[in-house]
Design a protein around this ligand. Sequence first.
Ligand code: ATP
Ligand code: 3PG
Length: 404
Amino acid sequence: MEIGTIGDAGSRSGTVMLRVDFNSPIDPSSQFILDDKRFREHLPTVQALEDTKLVVLTHQSRPGKKDFTTLEAHAEKLERLAGRAVTYVDDIFGPAARETIRNMKRGDIVMLENLRFNAEENLTLKPEEAKKTILVRKLAGMADWYVNDAFGTAHRSQPSIVGLPLAVKTVAGLLMEREVASLSRVFTGAPRPVTFVLGGTKVDDSVAVAENVLSNGIADRVVVTGVVANIFLMAQGYDIGRPSTQLIEQLKYCGEVARARQLLAAYPESILVPEMVAVRENDAREEYPVDAIPADAPVLDLGADSAATLAARIRESGTVVLNGPAGLFEEEAFAAGTFEIVRAASTVEFSVVGGGHTAVAIEKLDLENAFTHISTGGGACIEFLTGKKLPAIRAMEMSREIFG
Ligand SMILES: Nc1ncnc2c1ncn2[C@@H]1O[C@H](COP(=O)(O)OP(=O)(O)OP(=O)(O)O)[C@@H](O)[C@H]1O
Ligand SMILES: O=C(O)[C@H](O)COP(=O)(O)O
């Protein structure tokens, strides 16, 4: 890769700012962190920097959301998992933060306040503009070097992601390195056939991924499930019923139907769409062929036959990229399709997973260890798979050009 890594950063001492993505599901009333996967995934980088004065930066949620909160619980969680003291400061670059950092000794860890408490961090800016923000200038003034390990935020053009690398020598952390290497392997040298399984609700992203991987010969086939499948069914001319059509209108995805139709016309053999679906009818699961979906029943899962057929195609793949669940798996009655697809994906030689909900489905089946790589990125992972260079990666390349 064209970006620097901790291994080739040379010095492992001095004051290091480490950008992580500890943004996690939180119970808004108790402030309890409900899932610590992202913490565990960043630990190797934290430990690799144990000889530095380590200043940890992260965001949690976004302004206006219920789980937009301070980072006391995050510092405690890191302390417990790393087995090292972590000092939390409720400040980002004011006197309290500066004083604490000035007094740090080698081996100390400090966690600053939620970066998005600073208005500038919520702006989408070009790297050169982001470099000029007060936030970046102040943070850069306190750091000898910068490590970006926040793959989950790599698709955001925000100051800490794209501005700080232009102001301080920046390298990728171990998680960032592993994410980029694993996801890049999907594009080069993945065992064939390569199957992309695109489900969940992020239809626009999924259609963009399908376009990229089919037009560039990266995927041999694309299996669509979840709300993404509903769009392809509409594109094939089927009536998916009022509730599912309304959901697509609400999510503002009607424009995606035409794109799906173009894809089906261009790659008729390579896109696999379910032929049977499960709906909720009179509070129970019922299955119908796609040309007989009842008008008032929401489509919430693959039908059992289709789940089995699609799972068989997945099992015969060398590589599977799985993003998004196949149905409303949070409800037992509509979880079977997702679980069957997950089980099939877990059997192939090279298996990559993106998306928080998909990871939850895998955890429910206790199959985490059966997958080659489960990305910590939701939006970042899917944007990477569309073939775009992520802003964080571009900024680290620029940093290397500037600082060597
Ligand atoms: N047919 C369907 N109708 C309604 N909801 C569905 C359907 N299929 C899947 N879902 C819902 O989609 C949601 C997950 O979609 P999403 O695209 O967010 O997945 P992800 O990419 O794994 O997760 P994240 O966005 O958190 O990283 C789940 O809550 C699931 O219940
Ligand atoms: O969870 C994520 O996708 C990242 O932490 C980025 O969060 P955002 O979507 O609020 O920018």
